[in-house]
Design a protein around this ligand. Sequence first.
Ligand code: PEP
Ligand code: MN
Length: 338
Amino acid sequence: MILVLKSGLSKEKTEELCSFLEKKYGIQTNPIYGSETTIVGLVGDTSVVETEAVMMLEEVERVMKVQEPYKRANRKFHPDDTIVTVGNAKIGGEKIVVCAGPCSVESEDQVLGIAESVAESGALLFRGGAFKPRTSPYAFQGLKAEGLMYLKRARAKTGLPVVSEITNASQLELFIEFVDIVQVGARNMQNFELLKELGRIRKPVLLKRGFANSIDELLMSAEYIMSGGNNQIILCERGIRTFETATRNTLDISAVPVLKAKTHLPVVVDPSHAGGAAWLVEPLSKAAIAVGADGLIIEVHNDPKHALSDGQQSLTPEDFASLMKRLAPVAESIGRSI
Ligand code: PEP
Ligand code: MN
């Protein structure tokens, strides 16, 4: 339920109203102060709220019911776009933020070299997996804590904030120390215990859509994190599983405008895992920008042929540099920059 308050109501009066409603109905309130109008989102068991009585309150202009099960992530709760700021990156702002780096951290030299090169080409975030959720238990599982340490050195050298995937809540302390944005991978999108833990931290979370999950399920996963008080969430469309086998996954391009309509959270696209082939990264990136994505996550490897994971979809640093140049006019065509 959303209350639109009378225009010009003071912050003090709004706070008084919120505590009155919280005490009376045992719910939580979420005031959002706009330049003219303030709205208050009611969260919890709102079935006990007497709509008629609330409508009569002198501070209240209008009462709106929210049908969707996600509240804090809902654009109705928060009409303005959320911008997640990390280093020089404002994800959800005018500039399209590109995060680039290898699928897996393989060595210190590898990450330092790639990080320097992608920073020069215009990436604002650096990615690298240290805990790898591989389909086969015999495949490379990542350098773990050592890998996170190399990422921290890459950040010190280039100034680029780092993004890495967490696979278990027991790694949280390490991630708080070494990582700027905590990635939740497709395989863990509905690991609700992990999501609850991430709600308790105050670091941005990059939440990837599971390959067999609906858009509303993605939003409910964001809601899990937000219900713990962590509102800094970046959603990521990375392709879903369909009957089509020509590409690794099917990039659900419509998910971008649909998500942008349903939620105020920033939405980014991972063309590397969607297409599963280096040659598809460029067309999928262009499409993502054209439909309104706030950012891209692109796998870049110094030697894709010998990469320990996802070499087939990784660009070389040189290819990444020229891709960034070709994406610029697409961003400009929709009034954005990259
Ligand atoms: C990754 O980003 O390297 C990764 C494993 O992605 P996803 O969870 O989307 O498969
Ligand atoms: Mn990968």
